[in-house]
Design a protein. Sequence first.
Length: 232
Amino acid sequence: MAASPAFAGWKEGDAAYRKGDYARAVKELKPLALQGKAGAQSYLGLMYAEGQGVPQDHAKALAWFNRSAAQGHPHAQNALGYMHSMGYGVARDMPAAVAWYVKAAAQGYAVAQYNLGAMYFGGRGVSRDFETAADWFNAAAKQGHLKAQFKLGALYDAGQGVGRDTVKAHFWWSVAAAGGAKEAATYRDQLARKMAPADLAEAKRLALAWKQPADVNALQALAAKPGADRNP
């Protein structure tokens, strides 16, 4: 089926970006961004932020992300949180970063949920709160976010924000390890040597039954590129 006129260029721009042909991606996606398509605006913000196909310009990245975020686009909202936390194109402002992460996290965007959990865990822009951090890490972990799964395992092992539970700690570290988090495997194996046989068996049973609900590699790629968009 041919692309509708409103979205002509989206598939081409997305494909070009994935291939590393950023100049072509800009050419295809900028007209859509100017038409007000939030996904294309977020994509353009990313390319200005990274200097992909255009000279790196944090001010322009911020402008495009703002236009996209104003339409409720979670990728752009997360990107604005990151830019405020780093001081890219705007004065560093942790409370503002938290506010943007909240908007994206509330829409179920796992990367923002993890970022928000990290802000609460570290007490950046908000009062330190391990319970709230655990809640957001849990939300992201259930969507397949490896870093969130690793952190949740650590919280259960330490009893921070949650009751200490070695079965859940082993389980989350096993899930993260299966997704490619090598450090999680190390912590899991160290914990296993201290666990009662019945608890270890239960942790392994839970891990075997777990079905990762997302393409972990794709999700981590998004995490590495705050604001990356895959939908118009």
